[in-house]
Ligand binder design. Structure first.
Ligand code: UDP
Length: 230
């Protein structure tokens, strides 16, 4: 698959529809990894060579943030569109695959599971993200036998966790999906469509969760670094 390399990270050159087709083709196989980097994660990978290697091993690396798409335009290898991790996961729910939800504060994954089940999404299990033993979580996942595991532990923990455990997990795909369960449970609101269209979702999220403001500094730093390397 064609990739667009931005600061040493090879982003998959795909639209949302193409990404969904690829993911659906993984169902029935085993051990695939999908990550959804934004500028912050790509900047983290500049200091963390293990994270960079893990991202580059992914079967699909989706441009979660609008900053990544802008970065691709700066280097004159434009990605077709933003493929937001949350939207990608919501579309994948429609595929009929079975899902296991891992991550977020105790109660959140269970609440997300209940809401999804009421929409007829096939959720087979859930576990919070503040566990002590990987083995306990992995045996629960394997007992429930899902097609897809959503791993929502925040970056870079989720990417490293998936990479370390991917051969022990009996599932077709593990997706690093950040704050997805917080939104699915109803605890955090997604930006309104008009804000998303204005490419200002990052600002909306920071206003709702002010602790995110310091994380926004990564966006200009990322764009300056991409422009400097052009
Ligand atoms: N989280 C977790 N275990 C941890 C640390 C974080 O399950 O040890 C969860 C946290 O509760 C939140 C998610 O990971 O639900 C990270 O969300 P964030 O919004 O930071 O992710 P983003 O979408 O920005 O990558």
């Amino acid at each position: 698959m064609e990739k667009v390399e931005i600061l040493g990270v090879g982003i998959s050159n795909v639209t949302m529809e193409q990404a969904l087709d690829k993911a659906k083709a993984f169902i029935g196989k085993r051990g695939h990894m999908i990550f959804t980097p934004n500028p912050e994660i790509i900047m983290l990978a500049q200091q963390d060579s293990q994270l960079k290697e893990i991202l580059n091993e992914a079967d699909l690396l989706l441009a979660d943030g609008i900053g990544v798409v802008i970065g691709s335009k700066i280097i004159k290898k434009p990605l077709p569109e933003r493929v937001a991790g949350f939207d990608f996961v919501c579309r994948l729910f429609e595929s009929g695959a079975s899902f296991y939800l891992l991550g977020a504060k105790p109660g959140v994954a269970d609440a997300a599971a209940e809401k999804l089940k009421s929409r007829s999404v096939n959720v087979v299990g859930a576990y919070h993200g503040y566990f002590d033993s990987d083995d306990d979580v992995i045996s629960d996942i394997n007992e429930k036998n899902p097609d897809v595991v959503l791993v929502c532990l925040g970056a870079p923990r989720q990417e490293k966790w998936i990479y370390k455990n991917r051969h022990k997990i009996n599932a077709a795909i593990c997706i690093g999906a950040g704050g997805t369960l917080d939104v699915l449970s109803g605890n955090v609101r997604r930006a309104p469509a008009v804000v998303q269209k204005m490419c200002l979702e990052w600002l909306y999220r920071a206003v709702l969760q002010p602790t995110r403001f310091k994380r926004l500094a990564a966006i200009p730093k990322f764009l300056i670094k991409v422009a400097a390397k052009r």
